[in-house]
Design a protein around this ligand. Structure first.
Ligand SMILES: NC(=O)c1ccc[n+]([C@@H]2O[C@H](COP(=O)([O-])OP(=O)(O)OC[C@H]3O[C@@H](n4cnc5c(N)ncnc54)[C@H](O)[C@@H]3O)[C@@H](O)[C@H]2O)c1
Length: 255
């Protein structure tokens, strides 16, 4: 469990918070007392995240932001600091999965878009966030990679390349910013039951059942189970943890 009280009053940005892992993390961080800025492209879904996270007195605002647009990312970070005075935690979670097939047959546009959102988006966010955190002399960043960021994944060359890049960015920035009191880690979820996984296999119940059964825990993870790891990494309980790529995969990477 995260050290609950250490997140009270902290300010956190979460990207891609209109659904799935981002939304669950926004809700958990608000429950733990953080001031949360939930961001994403879809306004109605983002407002719904803010509403859900604000139940029981949680503080959560929605700010629209496409992570591929540098000026929108800068505006997101500015709006956060203007309202809450600082930026303690940033969960760079926005991402997308598009590919299904081998590299020589893959579409170049698909590769470019996969890199744009997953890598350039993370780069844009870290650039704006690290500038504020370095000035403060404190902060913690968690980047959402994937199990495909630490091992190969058949039929997913673009996604795998992008998520490896996210781990590389996290490790390098952990080293470059440790002197500023900033911790940077990546998380590497296995299959999690979200809209992203629905795209892969919700059309085929048998395929899903087979895929779940093949996992050590025999099921997909939940967004809430990923959110718990993110909140722990932001908490003081993880004060000595930086530059790591944490699997949250029900044991998949151990096999
Ligand atoms: N679900 C899984 O099995 C799984 C496994 C490993 C890693 N992940 C990673 O977790 C993260 C969250 O995915 P999820 O599973 O919650 O699925 P999801 O589709 O519910 O969430 C992805 C979010 O990113 C947002 N997004 C996409 N492009 C964006 C952009 N340009 N700007 C801002 N937001 C954008 C989407 O709108 C969505 O809210 C992703 O980075 C994904 O790669 C998911």
């Amino acid at each position: 469990m995260p050290d609950n009280r250490s997140l009270e009053g902290k300010t956190a940005i979460i990207t891609g918070a209109t659904s799935g892992i981002g939304r669950a993390t926004a809700i958990l961080m608000a429950q733990l007392g953080a001031n949360v800025v939930a961001s994403g492209r879809r306004v109605a879904e983002g407002e719904e995240t803010a509403r859900l996270a604000s139940v029981d007195g949680g503080v959560c605002r929605f700010v629209q932001c496409d992570v591929t647009d540098r000026s929108q990312v800068e505006a997101l970070v500015r709006a956060t600091v203007d309202e809450f005075g600082r930026l303690d935690c940033a969960f760079n979670n926005a991402g997308l999965f598009l590919d299904s097939g081998r590299l020589h047959e893959a579409d170049d546009e698909m590769f470019a878009r996969t890199m744009e959102v997953n890598v350039t988006g993370t780069w844009n966010c870290m650039k704006a966030e690290l500038a504020v955190m370095a000035e403060q002399g404190a902060g913690a960043i968690v980047n959402d990679s994937s199990i495909a960021g630490i091992r190969g994944s058949r039929g997913r060359p673009a996604y795998t390349a992008a998520k490896h890049a996210v781990v590389g960015l996290s490790r390098t920035c952990a080293l470059d910013y440790v002197r500023y009191g900033i911790r940077v880690n990546a998380i590497c979820p296995g299959p999690i039951d979200t809209a992203m996984m629905d795209e892969v296999d919700s059309h085929d119940a048998e395929l899903r059942a087979r895929r779940e059964k093949a996992l050590p825990m025999g099921r997909y993870g939940t967004s809430e189970e990923v959110a718990g790891l993110v909140a722990w990494l932001f908490s003081d309980a993880a004060a000595y943890v930086t530059g790591q790529a944490y699997a949250v995969d029900g044991g998949l990477s151990a096999s």
